[in-house]
Write a protein of this length. Structure first.
Length: 145
């Protein structure tokens, strides 16, 4: 059986990074992917899907330092669904992508507020590198959020 997800999208909010009791870093953020198609009448329709992304350890530390809202990422991972009880005691379910590979796409500064586009010589050393992280032995039920 295979549980594999590949996504290319834009980060929807600055990543939230926490460190759990054993010192392992955990990052969480949303990723938007877009699909464009034509409806029955020939009008162009764009649909956005939002994905909850979770990264552990080294990947989370890279995200903490280099990823921000608007950045484009390539993510590979597994779909996980977990449950938790909200503040009123109601059981809630959340579906997440637990990433084991991340590739930063684009150039450093491409999303900065000044609108400046960097020259090719100033390209971020992480812009096209891939970071792989093995599946954590920790259960996603232990997430601090």
């Amino acid at each position: 059986m295979i549980n594999k997800v590949i996504l290319v999208g834009h980060v929807g909010k600055d990543p939230e990074v926490r460190y759990i009791d054993n010192g392992a870093a955990v990052a969480q953020f949303s990723l938007a992917t877009n699909e464009t198609y034509k409806d029955k009448t020939g009008n162009r329709v764009e649909k956005t899907e939002w994905h909850n992304i979770v990264l552990w350890r080294g990947l989370a530390e890279v995200v903490e330092k280099y990823v921000k809202k608007g950045d484009q990422l390539y993510i590979e991972g597994k779909i996980r669904t977990r449950s938790y009880d909200d503040k009123d005691g109601n059981k809630k379910y959340i579906t997440e992508i637990v990433a084991d590979t991340m590739q930063m796409m684009g150039k450093k500064g491409s999303g900065d507020s000044k609108g400046a586009v960097p020259s090719p010589q100033s390209e971020d050393k992480f812009a096209h590198s891939t970071v792989n992280e093995p599946e954590p032995p920790l259960e996603t039920d232990d997430l601090p959020f």
